[in-house]
Design a protein around this ligand. Structure first.
Ligand SMILES: CC(C)(COP(=O)(O)OP(=O)(O)OC[C@H]1O[C@@H](n2cnc3c(N)ncnc32)[C@H](O)[C@@H]1OP(=O)(O)O)[C@@H](O)C(=O)NCCC(=O)NCCS
Length: 155
């Protein structure tokens, strides 16, 4: 699975590795009110946290999906695409990468929380077949906001 951009850049998903920590930490700080630090992100190097990045052929991280495995379920922690690369299907590519991993590992469902006001992300998850399974009141800080829980079953 890879995608070519009009400027010739080739973008492909790879497993999150130590060399990606700095760029992912920068994206975390840019997009999330409670970002994971570089040392927290090193957790994602372990088998319990199967996580993926989209990279260009020159090693730029275009986006990433962090996740934690809990038995036969994958809990998506965060997902983001760098601003200049949005609206081209890379969000879909990240979710499909995580799903392909799950199918190879006999993981039967994916779940996540998303801010109620985040219509872009909610639109992405809905398009990919996630259903709304409930609301966690005041789940987020800075600003305080409800989370919508979304789930996709693979079987
Ligand atoms: C949410 C996010 C990952 C989407 O990434 P993306 O690469 O732009 O998404 P895609 O191009 O794959 O879009 C797929 C679908 O998502 C939905 N979508 C994406 N951006 C949208 C927007 N701004 N408004 C409404 N729906 C949107 C659409 O349904 C779209 O399908 P379409 O192109 O057929 O209309 C990106 O906006 C982002 O990084 N946001 C900041 C971080 C964030 O909020 N992460 C979610 C944490 S839970």
């Amino acid at each position: 699975m890879s995608m070519s951009l009009p400027d010739g850049k080739e973008i492909r998903p790879v497993r999150f590795a130590r060399e990606h920590i700095g760029q992912v930490a920068e994206l975390e700080r840019r997009f999330f009110s409670e970002p994971w630090s570089e040392s927290a992100l090193s957790l994602l190097l372990t088998e319990e946290y199967p996580s993926f990045v989209l990279v260009t052929d020159t090693g730029e991280v275009v986006g990433y999906i962090s996740a934690q495995r809990a038995l036969d379920e994958l809990q998506i922690i965060n997902l983001a695409i760098r601003e200049g690369y949005r609206g081209r299907g890379f969000g879909v590519m990240l979710l499909e990468t995580a799903e392909a991993y799950c199918r190879g590992e006999e993981i039967v469902s994916l779940s996540l929380e998303v801010r109620e006001s985040n219509s872009a992300a909610r639109g992405l998850y809905k398009k990919q077949g996630y259903r709304e399974a409930g609301v966690r009141k005041n789940f987020y800080r800075q600003p305080t906001e409800n989370a919508v829980v979304m789930i996709k079953n693979l079987i």
